[in-house]
Design a protein around this ligand. Structure first.
Ligand SMILES: NC(=O)C1=CN([C@@H]2O[C@H](COP(=O)(O)OP(=O)(O)OC[C@H]3O[C@@H](n4cnc5c(N)ncnc54)[C@H](OP(=O)(O)O)[C@@H]3O)[C@@H](O)[C@H]2O)[C@@H](O)CC1
Ligand SMILES: Nc1ncnc2c1ncn2[C@@H]1O[C@H](COP(=O)(O)OP(=O)(O)O)[C@@H](O)[C@H]1O
Ligand SMILES: [K+]
Length: 461
């Protein structure tokens, strides 16, 4: 996994103060990383439009123009008067070489957006909006310097933003690149070293980007084993029975030795999934909430009081009764609307989905501070998995998963790993990665995946 930071200004400062590096030196490395992104794919003489703003983001772009001059067909466009001393110095250097400025935007093979970076403070004015609109309309390969212009430090977009194919981000990864809103704009994210290796530049953090290697699939390395060795998950079936059945099937496919559903009515089950009325004697984990609907309060209260590892989803996030479980190491898997309801039930915040989506990290932190034992998995385009002070980001999911039932599969996968003895945080991380990576392995198209396809892909991981 990789480190993420809310801001990197303090890391830059550390470079100046502790390692005697200069702003100029850091910026030269920023420009070199942008140059590398171009030279690795594009032939000499390709045309490069660089659009530079008045601050240091613009300065990075101007330094890039100098580096590319004479080998690439560089067109440098500076729409506003330069403000930062570094931008002025970079322009002087570039002009001494012979780099000329262009007076209007021109479509090129490559576009580099260095209009605004981490210093974006206000809404983009009309002139900047027009520039971004024009750049977005080009068929060029689009590179964002540090962060696509229009995305602010919280990862929010007030008017519009640059659509990048790749974002070369300076020094380290920032949370602003990992909001659900930013996901459509950032493209591939590449981190530029700023004169020292990342291990040196970075300091301790509680925020992490998950990678494929962080997926720990169930390991059946014991020879002397039987079905009981791999746990017994009980899935509580509610009034929308399908949800629990999907979860049960997913859990079985992901390695649980035994899976039973707790249901008091007749339910159509595959032959390998059992039905029971109460928690099984050898039950090792519980999944409940998916499709629960109307429920027997006493029964759910009893289940929530159980000491067994538990994953809770869906309808229960709207109910006061969930508070019974929040002092334990349970896994909760709400989508944004359910998380808003949960924040309300827990008297933490009374907010709408829009506010949550603008501040996902903040509300996740707030919840985990009050309930440090709980493992929270907040669904979304980028899933956040958190416990106590740590937050892990899973970016592997895609709109292939935007289907009823995808969340039920996830609930089953978490339950399966809990039943097999994974710690709750590890279960949430590996289940979330398996869920998203399995969906990305589904190659037919991006619209037709159904829960059973997803389970099949999970089986093939
Ligand atoms: N160590 C370092 O510093 C390193 C920095 N690096 C690079 O520097 C970038 C950060 O540079 P930065 O801080 O100068 O901010 P930047 O994004 O260029 O914009 C600030 C300017 O824009 C203006 N402005 C803001 N919003 C506006 C709006 N809506 N509409 C209009 N104007 C607006 C604002 O004006 P003001 O608010 O002051 O009036 C100010 O003049 C960072 O992303 C990275 O690429 C790398 O080289 C590595 C080393
Ligand atoms: N655009 C998307 N990008 C990434 N993941 C997505 C996207 N849309 C949905 N998902 C994932 O699919 C699952 C949907 O869960 P949920 O909304 O609870 O569905 P349901 O309750 O119908 O099963 C979540 O894990 C979510 O993160
Ligand atoms: K930018």
């Amino acid at each position: 996994m990789q480190n993420i930071y809310y801001e990197v200004g303090s890391l830059d400062k550390r470079c100046y103060e502790q390692f005697a590096l200069s702003e100029d030196l850091l910026m030269e490395h920023a420009a070199l990383a942008l140059e590398k992104e171009i030279t690795k794919t594009f032939d000499k003489n390709s045309s490069v439009l660089i659009v530079s703003g008045m601050g240091n983001n613009g300065a990075d772009g101007i330094a890039l123009a100098r580096l590319l001059y004479k080998t690439y067909d560089v067109k440098l466009y500076i729409p506003f008067e330069l403000k930062s001393p570094m931008a002025k110095l970079q322009l002087k250097r570039a002009q001494l070489l012979g780099v000329n400025l262009i007076n209007e935007l021109q479509e090129c093979d490559i576009v580099v957006d260095s209009l605004f970076g981490s210093g974006l403070k206000r809404d983009l004015n009309e002139a900047s909006q027009k520039i971004i609109e024009t750049l977005n309309s080009y068929n060029s390969y689009k590179i964002a310097c540090d962060i696509p212009t229009g995305i602010d430090f919280k990862g929010d977009i007030s008017t519009l933003a640059f659509f990048a194919d790749v974002t070369v981000t300076m020094g380290a990864l920032k949370t602003s690149l990992f909001t659900d809103t930013a996901k459509d704009y950032v493209g591939e994210i590449v981190v530029a070293n700023l004169g020292v290796q990342r291990e040196v530049y970075e300091t301790k953090t509680d925020l992490f980007l998950l990678e494929k290697e962080d997926l720990k699939l169930p390991l059946r390395d014991k020879k002397n084993a039987h079905k009981g060795t791999f746990g017994h998950l009980n899935v509580v079936i509610g009034s929308k029975k399908g949800a629990g059945v999907i979860a049960a099937k997913a859990a079985f496919g992901f390695g649980a030795g035994l899976v039973s559903v707790i249901c008091h009515e007749c339910v159509d089950l595959p032959y390998h999934i059992m039905q029971t009325h109460n928690l099984s004697e050898n039950c090792t984990a519980i999944a409940l909430g998916m499709g629960l609907g109307i429920y027997d309060e006493k029964e759910i209260e009893n289940i929530l009081q159980s000491k067994l590892p538990t994953i809770i989803d869906a309808d229960l996030f709207y109910e006061d009764i969930i508070k019974i479980a929040l002092q334990k190491e349970v896994v909760l898997t709400p989508h944004p609307k359910e998380f808003c309801a949960l924040l309300n039930v827990c008297e933490l915040a009374d907010i709408k989905v829009k506010e949550l989506q603008k501040n996902r990290f903040k509300y996740v932190e707030m919840f985990c501070k009050k309930y440090p034992k709980v493992v929270l998995l907040l669904k979304g385009a980028n899933v956040l998995i958190a416990q106590n002070e740590k937050i892990f980001v899973n970016t592997f999911g895609s709109a292939v998963l935007s289907k009823g039932g995808s969340g039920d599969v996830l609930g089953g996968l978490v339950g399966s790993l809990l039943a097999q003895g994974y710690k709750p945080l590890d279960a949430a991380i590996s289940a979330s990665l398996a869920h998203a990576i399995a969906a990305s392995n589904y190659k037919k198209n991006n619209y037709s995946l159904i829960p059973s396809d997803l389970v099949e892909e999970v089986k093939r991981l």
